[in-house]
Design a protein around this ligand. Structure first.
Ligand SMILES: O=P(O)(O)OC[C@H]1O[C@H](O[C@H]2O[C@H](CO)[C@@H](O)[C@H](O)[C@H]2O)[C@H](O)[C@@H](O)[C@@H]1O
Length: 277
């Protein structure tokens, strides 16, 4: 069902979230995930780029809402580079929270904040090649974390399943978290997730409504955070960037759109609705 050209959220709380965003955009936070939400999924992580309509839509929204943010598992500076977010005058207020919220880049200052290295990542880095050899998986070394990708393996799902337990054991040995995603298993420092990152940003900005869009298991914490923010009086709208790969998000969200193309369309339609009078 559509409200004008905007989809109608499937829940009362989601409808309240959308209404709050449309009524008081100057008090709204719009936060989006990068891979699978802004950027279509591709086989080589280095080749991921936002959907062509996504960044222009974010830029239009940035002029109308209180805060626009990208919250991603990528290192913040990688998301900034792949997204082309630096030096974009209309995105001068953009915040990028990388490494599941452990890193922060603010367009306004250009400042990048990263945590000190976790010794477990260095230890896992040394052991990982032996575990991965022969599976067809490849390692994306993100500096502060390690991602093992099976998308390019001959049997991506089989390789993912075969690696899950050994990587969980490796993570446990080195006090790391194992973060499963879309044909990827990430070893990363514990203690931060996208939910904590989103809540902190919402509190810091004092917003009255939050929209969060994501596509993967790592986004569930952010969707839960939106639900918790609602209990504290902050209206919320949870948008699923739908895919055939991840089925678990529909129950945790208020709107499902068709992947990054659908997200870009939704953001652009929101920007149309919020056009300055
Ligand atoms: O939080 P996100 O912005 O969604 O980042 C999560 C991970 O995404 C990337 O991997 C995913 O996208 C790749 C490029 O499309 C794809 O090849 C891979 O199969 C996906 O899992 C990225 O490479 C990771 O570092 C991110 O943590």
């Amino acid at each position: 069902m559509y409200m004008g050209s905007l989809p109608v959220p499937s829940t009362d709380a989601g409808r309240a979230g959308l209404t709050a965003l449309l009524d008081q955009p100057e008090r709204a936070l719009i936060a989006v995930d990068f891979d699978g939400t802004l950027a279509p999924i591709v086989a080589d992580p280095e080749q991921a780029r936002p959907h062509p309509d996504a960044v222009p839509a974010l830029a239009r929204l940035a002029g109308r809402v209180a805060v626009v943010a990208v919250i991603t598992g990528r290192p913040a500076e990688v998301a900034v580079r792949l997204g082309g977010f630096a030096g974009h005058p209309e995105l001068a207020g953009l915040t990028v929270l990388g490494a599941y919220g452990a890193e922060r880049w603010d367009a306004a200052t250009g400042e990048l904040r990263t945590p000190p290295p976790h010794e477990g990542v260095a230890a896992a880095r040394a052991e990982l090649p032996a575990l991965v050899t022969g599976t067809g998986a490849f390692i994306e070394d993100k500096g502060g974390a390690l991602a093992v990708h099976t998308r390019r393996a001959p049997d991506p799902v089989g390789a993912f399943a075969a690696l899950r337990d050994p990587l969980a054991a490796l993570a446990a040995r080195h006090r790391l978290a194992l973060e499963p995603g879309r044909l990827v298993l990430e070893l990363r420092p514990p203690g931060m997730d996208k939910g904590a990152a989103l809540t902190a940003l919402a509190r810091e900005s004092g917003v009255g409504s939050v929209l969060y869009a994501g596509d993967d298991l790592g986004d569930l914490a952010a969707f839960e955070a939106v639900a918790e923010l609602r209990d504290t009086g902050v209206a919320g709208l949870r948008v699923c960037s739908g895919s055939t790969e991840v089925q678990e998000l529909a129950a945790a969200t208020d709107i499902t759109v068709n992947g990054p193309e659908g997200v870009a369309h939704l953001l652009a339609t929101l920007a149309d609705h919020l056009r300055a009078p």
